[in-house]
Design a protein around this ligand. Sequence first.
Ligand SMILES: Nc1ncnc2c1ncn2[C@@H]1O[C@H](COP(=O)(O)OP(=O)(O)OP(=O)(O)O)[C@@H](O)[C@H]1O
Length: 318
Amino acid sequence: MEYFIIMNLCAGGNNGQKIWPQIKEQLKAAHASYQVVFTEYTGHAVLLTQQLLSRIDATHVTDAVIIAAGGDGTLHETLLGCKRYYHDHASDQQVPIAFLPVGSGNDFARAVKLPRHWQQALNNILACKQATMINVGHYIDLDNQIDGFFTNNFGIGFDATVVHLANHSSLKHHRFWGKFSYIASILNVIINFKSFQADIQLDSNQQLTFKKTFLLTTTNIPYFGGGIDIVPDASVLDPNLDLVIVEKPSLWQLILFISMLFLKRHLRLKFIHHFNQKQLVVHTQDDRLGQIDGEELGERTYHIKFDTVKYPFWIGHN
Ligand SMILES: Nc1ncnc2c1ncn2[C@@H]1O[C@H](COP(=O)(O)OP(=O)(O)OP(=O)(O)O)[C@@H](O)[C@H]1O
């Protein structure tokens, strides 16, 4: 195999920087043939992926695998780069994506049961013999007709606000206090968050309105926020997406929600709504923050159509 690595040295609070020399050693010891490019800014992996695919095509490499080495954000951009490239080269065979998790959240790695330690994950990639087709989230922004993809989730409201606060905390990259900054951000959001109206259209064309939405997450995998099991049964092998809407909870409802979350029974609560759908349209009425695979989308109203598409992944054992 010929491995094309997209390496984010900043992932996991510069964890990538620390372990890149060891990754190189392991690749050398395995006599793996590889090329590497390094991301330099947010969004760069999209362009790097397109350039790599163009190079793979031009040099007629037939056994290429693209390794996204970073966190969920790097994987997200790599998928977007692949999808954009094949949009313009529809007849080409799609190069599979492998994921080497060196980020902080790594929810996708959890979801597809990759080894959590990068060394074992790299061994898995090197031992893998064939790609697995999985479903990834696809959306069309109905306000501007731009589309995009996500491996994990697209959230509006609470989760996006936590992502925003954690990203802008001065303690984000501190090894110890970074975790506390995340918890402090969550408490801050819970206390101050203003609910918003969301209108939903389901597969059956049924329209639903939730006037006091607190959290609205469309998810392709069980986890968000670094291991929170929001839809325990969600699977990348399920062509449907899951939508979870939590209405603004009172204090006791919040305590109940958190307790039930630990027991993975929170979806039974009456202020939580769960839908498993082939297609969804979400229309929010008030400006709120959005997030996609842990990357910020900005504060606005959202009018989004969701479904899934397939892409080959180099994950071995699913
Ligand atoms: N050289 C760079 N300098 C600054 N930012 C970068 C660089 N390369 C990539 N980025 C950005 O770093 C951000 C975080 O990357 P990523 O999500 O992969 O890691 P993470 O946040 O540590 O992991 P996770 O999302 O799993 O918690 C992304 O927005 C990415 O585009």
